[in-house]
Design a protein around this ligand. Structure first.
Ligand code: AMP
Ligand code: MG
Length: 317
């Protein structure tokens, strides 16, 4: 990729950032918490490139940023409780995990194939201007390479991701400086999935009940929670060079299959296709069926793809 553009906090800078996002490119932008690595949450390939740019070894779900509660309701299912919390704290450093709205049109990579979605309305004026100008939901994890600290200035973004994002919108230093608080409201019991910029006491006061900690898509508090990660009903075999009798084979160059992750061995294309392929192969194989996956190299995005495939193939109870 070419050099990362630094865009000023002006109408022209925001317009350029929105145009890049509409073209499917990645743009880092300031929020009140930390700088986000933004991309169109509806485009599989764009979301795959977010994981590639960060060098993430697994497809954990990303937070979807929207300009308003009304836009949030287009991607998530809100009940009265969720609306009350959103009304009290949005825009602001609070992320809500809610049931995914069927037909929301998000890439399954954003939710890691889960039936829930994490959504937030940021308060930073530049983030809001960008969301308005772009006009769609932005997937945006922190704009740093995986395993490094979150950036709170444009220069931090460039230090980690120069050449890996099309542009960074420079809004100076972030006010809050820590990530958003994540509140899980997809189940009966509210859960604190991550402490962050909004104190949990404020949430407890608004909900008028204590909030239990723990449980997240990455580190489930109960092993059963892992099952909510999309797992095919069919049995899954990995590193297959050919289909055995009755198997649906998912190819990756040079292995040809009934369907394919990528005929050209392109890992971005394969990551973008992964969750669609899991569902399609599952539907083709049927509940008693078997799916085989061709080998995918353990490099770049291949590590996250293989992490997901190993979990799909793991014995289930
Ligand atoms: P970040 O890298 O700051 O975007 O982190 C996103 C955080 O949100 C991670 O800790 C995710 O596990 C969490 N998260 C996102 N979506 C979900 C979800 N659907 N269910 C549970 N946790 C989620
Ligand atoms: Mg992060």
């Amino acid at each position: 990729m070419e050099l990362t553009e630094t865009l000023a906090a002006t109408d022209a800078g925001v317009a350029r950032a929105a145009a890049l996002l509409r073209a499917g490119r990645l743009v880092a932008f300031p929020t009140e918490t930390v700088y986000g690595l933004g991309g169109d949450a509806r485009r599989d390939e764009t979301v795959a490139r977010i994981f590639e740019a960060k060098g993430r070894p697994r497809f954990n779900p990303l937070i979807v940023h929207v300009p308003s509660l009304g836009e949030a309701e287009k991607v998530a299912l809100f009940d009265d409780r969720a609306r009350a919390v959103a009304g009290a704290f949005w825009p602001g450093p609070l992320t809500l995990v809610l049931p995914l709205r069927p037909g929301a049109g998000l890439s399954p990579l954003v939710t890691a194939g889960l039936g829930t979605v994490a959504v937030r309305v940021p308060a930073h004026p530049l983030a809001r201007a960008l969301l308005q100008a772009f006009g769609g939901p932005l997937a945006a994890p922190s704009a740093n390479p995986s395993g490094r600290v979150s950036p709170t200035r444009a220069v931090h973004v460039l230090a980690g991701l120069q050449g890996r994002v099309a542009a960074v919108l420079d809004g100076g230093a972030c006010e809050v400086g820590v990530e958003s608080t994540i509140l899980g409201l997809a189940e009966e019991e509210p859960r604190l999935l991550r402490p962050g910029g909004l104190p949990v006491e404020a949430l407890e006061a608004a909900l008028r009940q204590p909030i239990a900690s723990g449980g997240s898509a990455e580190r489930p508090s109960a092993p059963g929670q892992l099952a909510s990660h999309y797992a095919p009903a069919a049995a899954v075999r990995l590193n297959a060079h050919a289909a055995e009798t009755g198997e649906i084979l998912v190819g990756f160059d040079p292995v040809r299959g009934d369907l394919t992750l990528s005929e050209t061995g392109d890992l971005v294309e394969a990551a973008a296709a992964l969750f669609h392929a899991l569902r399609e192969a599952d539907a083709l194989a049927g509940p008693q069926g078997r799916i085989a996956f061709a080998p995918v190299p353990e490099t770049g995005l291949g590590r996250a793809i293989n992490d997901r495939l190993r979990r799909a193939a793991a014995p289930r109870g």
